[in-house]
Design a protein around this ligand. Sequence first.
Ligand code: PMT
Length: 315
Amino acid sequence: MATNWEEFYATNLPPTDFEDNRIILKEFCDRHYKLGNKIALITSGGTTVPLEHNTVRFVDNFSAGTRGSASAEYFLEHGYSVIFMHRLKSLEPFTRHFNGQKFMDMLDLQEKNGHTTITVKPDSVDVLAPVLARYKQTIENGMILYISFTSLADYLWLLRASCECLACFGRNAILYLAAAVSDFYIPPNEMATHKLQSEQPPNISLKLVPKMLSSVVNIWVPQAYVVSFKLETDENLLISKARQALVKYKHKLVIANMLQTRKQRVIFVTPEESFEINLTREQIHHGVEIEDSIVANVVERHSEMIQSTNSHKKK
Ligand code: PMT
């Protein structure tokens, strides 16, 4: 049986920089609340599950943060303030376009009379300039807050703290839970203190992590528009699992995707309907990103929810 979420917080310590992050989150949310902005909390990347308190080894997952980092840029384009809660060293908005060697290959280095000059290669200016312009504008306007996590416990502490700060936004908040959060962990009282020794194969018993979606939707931010993701590797389970999640947690939308095709196909599952977004080969070839359509769709649904609430209030 999964332990409940209160027990999880009672037995798993917060990350060491938790209080600092809580203050930063609160300041960001207060400022954007006063400005009357809509806000999106985007979670992105995978969580680790430590095998030792003095962690040398951990269980991890595949998520690179592509979905979350791309989506963050599109939410910004739609005018949302964004809390980008991501796995440390996973992809981030803007820099994701020039990951790894790509960035170095865009630059030229000249040494003349003891002076060093670095310039962007002429054929890279058109690629770098629009992204840099959007990045600068976002930062100057203070529209994004980057918060990072590594382990499952870090993630869950930050998720709850973010929700506490977002509650005042009511229906103006979106939670877009794209992170691949571990479903299994070792409770602290069952975890080895020191590095596991290799004389014998370890006997590791993982326990179920309580599903936080339930607290998010029903307790922490009951008015927010909550979007969860459902990842499967067996197509036969995908839609039924997404529907089960909607029934169980009673939120607005599950975006279902298969591991292998997640960059070109997703299925929106709501209590009323389900439909697919597919990218064609040509679109992929031209650099179209599926997150563009996903976010446009989510934003439209969120606006409809806000409008319908406003019209109910007027009646
Ligand atoms: O990062 P990329 O490489 O681009 O990959 C993107 C993605 C495939 C990770 C993303 O599109 C995605 O599907 N994310 C959710 C993956 C996942 O954790 O699915 P799940 O079926 O295990 O969980 C479903 C939902 O429950 C998630 O929204 C999660 O936030 C939530 N959850 C999970 C575990 C937990 N203990 N509590 C939760 O509330």
